[in-house]
Design a protein around this ligand. Structure first.
Ligand code: RP5
Length: 178
């Protein structure tokens, strides 16, 4: 296996990772940390690495082709510019792939959005919003996918919704509303 194909990804938490987070560059980390924050909150083990569809195509392909056998159930890919990373993941794996378009270019992520979302029929990428809000939602969507077969995780999602609703009520009260 060449250096381009090596997979040095490490589990972020004790148990075997269920979600694989991959980003095009370490410069994407400030955005993709939002995904990691969500997965930590829900206690979902994940791995995180850098691989580029263009600069290290072999490494990106190896990440995707070995994901299922590593126990990964959802892949989350974040990239900017002509962002083909999520599409490359989907090309090399039948696991669900969530794409996060990153606002790192002169077009502030519009280029990455179109590159990520406009997949040809047959090879889907579930594309979320550009930047940090999308990275947060990618984490939640991955938890929702995992919660299909996990009632405890589903309950944590219900609790999270209640927490968010309570936060909105509090903000309204802070403005003097009942
Ligand atoms: C993309 O190019 C990466 O996903 C990143 O958003 C962007 C810039 O990468 P660097 O030049 O900072 O490594 O491939």
């Amino acid at each position: 296996m060449s250096a381009d194909q090596q997979q040095p990804t490490q589990p972020e938490q004790g148990s075997r990772p269920l979600v694989g987070i991959v980003m095009g560059s370490d410069s994407d980390l400030g955005v993709m940390e939002k995904t990691a924050e969500v997965l930590k909150k829900f206690d979902v083990p994940f791995e995180m690495t850098v691989a580029s569809a263009h600069r290290t195509p072999g490494r990106a392909a190896a990440f995707a082709t070995t994901a299922r056998q590593r126990g990964i159930r959802v892949i989350i890919a974040g990239a900017g510019h002509a962002a083909h990373l999520a599409g490359a993941m989907a090309a090399h794996s039948t696991l669900p792939v969530i794409g996060v378009p990153i606002d790192s270019s002169a077009f502030q992520g519009f280029d990455a959005l179109l590159s990520t979302v406009q997949m040809p029929p047959g090879i889907p990428v579930a594309t979320v919003a550009v930047g940090k809000p999308g990275a947060t939602n990618a984490g939640i969507l991955a938890v929702q996918i995992l919660a299909i077969g996990d009632s405890e995780l589903a309950q944590r999602l219900e609790d999270h919704r209640k927490e968010m609703a309570a936060g909105v009520e509090k903000k309204a009260q802070n403005l003097g509303n009942p």
